[in-house]
Write a protein that binds this ligand. Sequence first.
Ligand SMILES: Nc1ncnc2c1ncn2[C@@H]1O[C@H](COP(=O)(O)OP(=O)(O)OP(=O)(O)O)[C@@H](O)[C@H]1O
Ligand SMILES: [Mg+2]
Length: 429
Amino acid sequence: MAGNIRVLIVDDLPETRENVRKLLQFESDIEVIGQAGTGEEAVQMAKEHQPDIILMDINMPGIDGIGASQQITESVPSVQIIIMSVQSDPNYLRRAMMAGARDFLTKPFGGDELVAAIRRVHDKRPTVSATPARQARQVSSTVPVEPMALPEGNVIAVYSPKGGAGCTTTAINLAVALARRGRRTILVDGSLQFGDVSVMLNMKAMTSIADLSDRGSELDQELISSISQVHRSNLNVLLAPPRPEMADVVTEENIKQLLAVLKESFDFIIVDTTSYLSEKTLAILDQADKIVLIAQQNLSSLKNVSRFFDLAESLEYETQKVWLVVNRAKSKQGKGISVHDVGKALKRPIYGTIPDDEITVTDASNQGVPMVMGEHQKKPISLAIIKIADQIAKELMNGKSPVSNNKAESEKSSGLFGRLFSRREKAGG
Ligand SMILES: Nc1ncnc2c1ncn2[C@@H]1O[C@H](COP(=O)(O)OP(=O)(O)OP(=O)(O)O)[C@@H](O)[C@H]1O
Ligand SMILES: [Mg+2]
């Protein structure tokens, strides 16, 4: 039937192939077009039948699933491979991704999981190749069309000088909202030691930002597509390392290069950060086109945010680079601080407000489903974040040039203290 997802099952055990086939037999949009019992046979059948999806076992006699995936990716690039394996060791899975696999399922898996993976990988098909995502698609024509480079994407760091202000919650939901609007978006967990994006999105850190560390100059779109993962919202995600000590292997230079490369492939690069202003966090803030600065309605938050504005000025960030967002916004009670008071105290416009809603936030994070896409997507808190995402998209995608190459770039040396000091010296102070 036209429009069906055509699937080839590869496994050396006939019984496993049969079980997988049975899991798919009642899916009207999925058609199993064949089965292969060896890697060699898989390569042959892939060339002959050009299936949309191959479900590939890893451990097989002869060429194993990784070897077969490599050959198939090279010879039939339109095929999308999903690895099925009992192993979930990160290095092993990373090898599979490097060989061109798009997803993997840990055996044993259920029908729902299998079907969801097939649909997800298939839906994502037009953008999954290693070619830069921002190159305009080839137009069907007899005259070859030069791929057109699109303008660079926008790095948006979500930052708060005070921990626990809601950066991760905001970053995740903004990123998902942008992805669901069809914007090519990647969320980078820049909270390298204790990043919790993986937990909140219910994703495993099989690959992470730590995989960049030994690649240096090899950093390109292909590597990024092999170490990032795709959430079912179509959001690309680059997770923090699975263990805190692994954060050390990621250098400032890695981060700078990473963000520069991501700008070529995505409309939006949303980076979650920690409040501690380490060199790495500063590298992210420097590189960012916009900083979504999260404040709350209390004195301690206002004090820290105000200090951050002073710092931003010292670092010569342009005023429009920082967008102030009030999270956990509550209506003023008695002599409390209103959202309006926050703007007044900080002498800045409020870019957006996100209401306080502990029940929804907690429920979404326990379920591992972002508020803006699950059962909570119509709640005021979700609508508030979607509104901010739409505002961002409108502002940054409507021909307005993003604020880039801020002046602080030229003062990359010697840390925060050094930079502030050298600036004062330059100013003759
Ligand atoms: N709008 C909100 N309403 C209610 N609770 C919220 C809201 N935003 C965040 N929270 C809660 O506040 C806590 C901190 O949120 P989150 O982890 O997003 O902050 P963070 O700035 O990333 O923190 P950290 O400094 O630990 O990285 C969490 O328990 C979260 O559920
Ligand atoms: Mg956080």
